[in-house]
Every structure is written in structure tokens, then in C-alpha cells.
Design a protein around this ligand. Structure first.
Ligand code: GDP
Ligand code: IMO
Ligand code: MG
Length: 427
């Protein structure tokens, strides 16, 4: 059995949670591999409606083992809260494991994320202020504390002492704050360690065993390709890689094991936070989409910026991920519109640009060149077969397939698990 990577193909919030929950019904293992509780994955299934930030969206399928991989930045307080909430709602979390190599979000990461954002003023990134950037910066600087560190209290105290000294210098000397207490942070994180000890594992061994037994493994992406720190709209990006390559790094699954790469696209585009967004609609249509789709951040509640489907960005996303298929979500949101627009190229400084530029200064100057597609103006949420969709909806999907040069496997026409059309098999 294969590994399927489920990858956010735009700026996040494409509906990864819904698709993972759907596919997890056939899976054995689901692994989150990047990001932290900046992610918010909504799942609506017979157990209810859930907003997951760290726990993989496969947790609702009883035989699935869920792994929070080494590439995830884990805030232990958030994870414990999420486990408790799931348990209160009778969701079994005994099959949930956290990689001992996963870096932890520490209190100073959250403080520094906020302080750095405030210091950026008009140039703020619009982060979720969950400590993500500072945590991954510390990982690269070899100043991270990992989940496994909590299991050896003596060594943890020594390492925390050394790191907190350095962080307190920044907090007090640069930002004029009071220092964090070593004892308080230590005691707090020891408690988290005791609570999470049964879940902390060497997770690559679990994965290897599953793969050797031909089990189906899903890699659950967080964020989206255009938020990747290398290929996204840098510096308006996140700090870990949401790409399929990040899926290998963040889980320990070899690239040669990955059989399918499913790119999750919304039928339009959204973005939370700052940074250029060529097809953004700052008009009544954008507001209509936001309200109809309730486009407000799952994690921060911020209104999401809404715009037309950007095929230039989509082609780039396909180039750097190599999707074997796509899922188009939220097609139903476009039901009422008389005409839809797809951005097929950009115009910048009088020239046509077919490629997604590296520079945000260039991207900010890009004017979308649109193609009009007639709308279907009829509800589609009840439809389960591609050939039952209105002709104009089928034409819209077919045009997306042509423009991205990738087959559409799934079409989502509502937030619930079964509100999905399989146009062609994912596997
Ligand atoms: P994720 O971060 O990629 O998992 O996506 P989010 O959960 O942040 O945002 C996607 C939103 O779209 C959630 O509220 C989902 O319940 C919802 N959703 C997913 N697919 C569909 C769909 O096809 N139609 C509608 N109307 N909502 C959908
Ligand atoms: P899911 O997994 C949408 C955005 C933030 C901000 C930028 C950097 O739900 O799709 P960060 O806190 O990561 O340093 O913020 O990235 N961002 C997301 N946008 N969906 C997400 O996750 C996001 N995670 C981070 O809004 O613009
Ligand atoms: Mg989300």
C-alpha cells in the first residue's frame, strides 16, 4: 500500500482537514509533518465538528495511528488541551504519538513572535503569533528543546538553563521586559512531559513497520505551498516547509515511498495575513465569498482575504510539488455567481508574465489577466457524481485541469465528509 501526501496548494485553509478525514477512513497511519498550532484544520463528520491545530485529522478513524512528526513545532499546552477536548467528546486519542525529535514551542517563542511582529510595524507579516517563526529559528540555530528532552529531567534543566539565559537577555535588554523564571518554565514543562510521556516515541520506527506491512500512510500537510519559506511569497511566509519535500523531512518517510501527491486547491483563493495576492477581490464579490463561505481564520478568527482562482500560482505550486492529482474544494461557494474569473497570466510593467515571480515587489505589481467562465447559478451541494454537475461547473473544473496540467481527483461541494465527488481515483 502506498503513501499519499496531502498538500495545501495555495496559501493554506484549502480544506486539507476535510480531505484527510475522508481518506483516513481507508488509512492505517496519518502523520502531520510541518507547522504547529498556526494550522487550523476543520473536520465535520458523524462525530461532530472539530477544529484541530496539532492532532492529525485521521484521529476520528478508529484503526488509524496518528503521528505528530519531527517536523512539527509542538506547543505542549495546546496539544494537551486538544487531547482533553477530543476525549471529552469521546474521541479516542490512545493511538496518538509525538516524535521525540519534534521541537517544542516555548513561552519565549510566543513572546518573541508578538514582539517581533509589533516591531515590524507596517511591515508586519501577520503571523498567527503562536511562536512558530522563533521556534523554527531556534531549531536551525540548534537552540531548540525537543519533545524527547522532557523525558530526561536533569539534562532538560541544564539545556533550558543555558537557553533561557540567552533568551532572557533578549527579552530584558532589547525589549525591556522582565526575565522568565527558569524554575517556573522548568516545572511547567516537566508537567507537560509527564503528561505526554506515554505519547512521545521514536516515530520513524512506527512508520517503517507500517510501510513494511504495506499499510496506507497519509502525510497531512499544514499551511500551503505559497507560504513555503523557500518558494512562497517570502518574507510573507511561514517558517517550515508545507511542500511534499517537507513531508519527507518532517516525518522521516523516504521520497521513494511516496506514491501519490494530492494538491488541495480551493475553487478560488484566500489568504490570511499580509503579503501580495494578485487576484484579491476588495469589492462586493470578495465580501460575498467571505460571508457565504465564512472565510474567517480557524486559528485566529481573522477575516480571510478572498479572490479569484490564480492559475499562474497554481502551475507554480504544481511545479514544486509534482501533484499526481488535485482536490478542488468549496466549489459550492461559487454557486450564485453569474460569471467566474480565472487568472491565466499576469501583466507587469506592460509585459505578460506566465511564471510566478520570486520577488514580492514584482508580485505586488502583477495585474491579473482573467479568463471569464460562465457560472452555473444553481445549488450543487447535494451532487455526488461528476456527470450530474451542471455543465458550467464541469467546464470550470475541466478548465482548471487544463490550466494546472493535472487531473482533478476529488471535488468538494460542502464541508461534510460525504459532500465529495470522486471524479477519478486518488490512488
Ligand atoms: P485546512 O486548514 O486546509 O484544513 O482548511 P480550514 O479548515 O482552515 O478551512 C477550510 C474550510 O472550508 C473549513 O471551514 C471546512 O469545513 C470548509 N470546507 C472544506 N471543503 C468544503 C467544501 O467543499 N464546501 C464548503 N462549503 N466548505 C468546505
Ligand atoms: P492551515 O494548516 C493559512 C499564515 C499566517 C501568516 C503566515 C506566517 O490551517 O492551512 P506563522 O504564524 O506561520 O508564522 O504565520 O502564515 N499561516 C496560515 N494561513 N492557513 C494556515 O494553516 C496558516 N499557518 C500560517 O496567517 O500569514
Ligand atoms: Mg486552516
Amino acid at each position: 500500500m502506498p503513501v499519499i501526501a496531502i498538500i495545501g496548494a495555495q496559501w493554506g485553509d484549502e480544506g486539507k482537514g476535510k480531505v484527510v478525514d475522508l481518506l483516513a477512513q481507508q488509512a492505517d497511519v496519518v502523520v502531520r509533518f510541518s507547522g504547529g498550532d498556526n494550522a487550523g484544520h476543520t473536520v465535520i463528520n458523524p462525530a461532530g465538528e472539530f477544529k484541530l491545530h496539532l492532532v492529525p485529522s485521521g484521529i476520528f478513524s478508529p484503526r488509524v495511528t496518528c503521528i505528530i512528526g519531527n517536523g512539527v513545532a509542538v506547543n505542549p499546552a495546546v496539544l494537551i488541551g486538544e487531547i482533553d477536548t477530543l476525549n471529552e467528546r469521546h474521541v479516542d486519542t490512545r493511538r496518538l504519538f509525538v516524535s521525540d525529535r519534534a521541537n517544542l514551542i516555548m513561552p519565549y517563542h510566543i513572546l518573541l513572535d508578538g514582539l517581533e511582529e509589533d516591531a515590524r510595524g507596517g511591515k508586519a507579516i501577520g503571523t498567527t503569533r503562536k511562536g512558530i517563526g522563533p521556534a523554527y529559528a531556534d531549531k536551525a540555530a540548534r537552540l531548540g528543546i525537543r519533545a524527547g528532552d522532557l523525558l530526561d529531567k536533569e539534562a532538560f534543566l541544564e539545556r533550558l538553563h543555558h537557553i533561557l539565559d540567552a533568551k532572557n537577555k533578549i527579552l530584558t535588554k532589547i525589549y525591556g521586559l522582565s526575565p522568565l523564571s527558569l524554575d517556573e518554565v522548568y516545572q511547567q514543562y516537566c508537567q507537560y512531559g509527564e503528561r505526554l510521556a506515554p505519547n512521545i516515541r521514536e516515530t520513524t520506527a512506527i512508520l517503517e513497520e507500517a510501510l513494511n506491512k504495506e499499510k496506507l500512510v497519509l502525510l497531512e500537510g499544514a499551511q500551503g505551498a505559497l507560504l513555503d519559506p523557500d518558494f512562497g511569497t517570502y518574507p510573507y511566509t511561514t517558517s517550515s516547509s508545507p511542500l511534499v519535500a517537507g513531508g519527507c523531512l518532517g516525518s522521516g518517510v523516504s521520497p521513494k515511498r511516496i506514491n501519490r501527491i494530492l494538491g488541495i486547491f480551493k475553487a478560488y483563493c484566500t489568504r490570511v495575513g499580509e503579503g501580495p495576492f494578485p487576484t484579491e477581490l476588495k469589492d462586493a464579490t470578495g465580501n460575498m465569498i467571505r460571508e457565504r463561505a465564512h472565510e474567517y481564520g480557524t486559528t485566529t478568527g481573522r477575516p480571510r482575504r478572498c479572490g479569484w482562482f490564480d492559475a499562474v500560482a497554481a502551475r507554480f505550486s504544481h511545479r514544486i510539488n509534482g501533484y499526481t492529482g488535485t482536490a478542488i474544494t468549496r466549489l459550492d461557494i461559487l454557486d450564485t455567481l453569474p460569471t467566474l474569473k480565472i487568472c491565466v497570466a499576469y501583466k507587469v510593467d506592460g509585459k505578460v508574465l506566465n511564471d510566478f515571480p520570486a520577488s514580492v515587489t514584482t508580485l505586488a505589481k502583477c495585474q491579473p489577466i482573467y479568463e471569464d467562465i460562465p457560472g452555473w447559478q444553481t445549488p450543487i451541494s447535494h451532487i455526488r457524481q461528476f456527470n450530474k454537475l451542471p455543465l458550467n461547473a464541469r467546464n470550470y473544473i475541466k478548465r482548471l485541469e487544463e490550466l494546472i496540467s493535472c487531473p482533478v481527483n476529488l471535488i468538494c461541494v460542502g464541508a461534510e465528509r460525504e459532500q465529495t465527488i470522486q471524479k477519478s481515483p486518488v490512488l
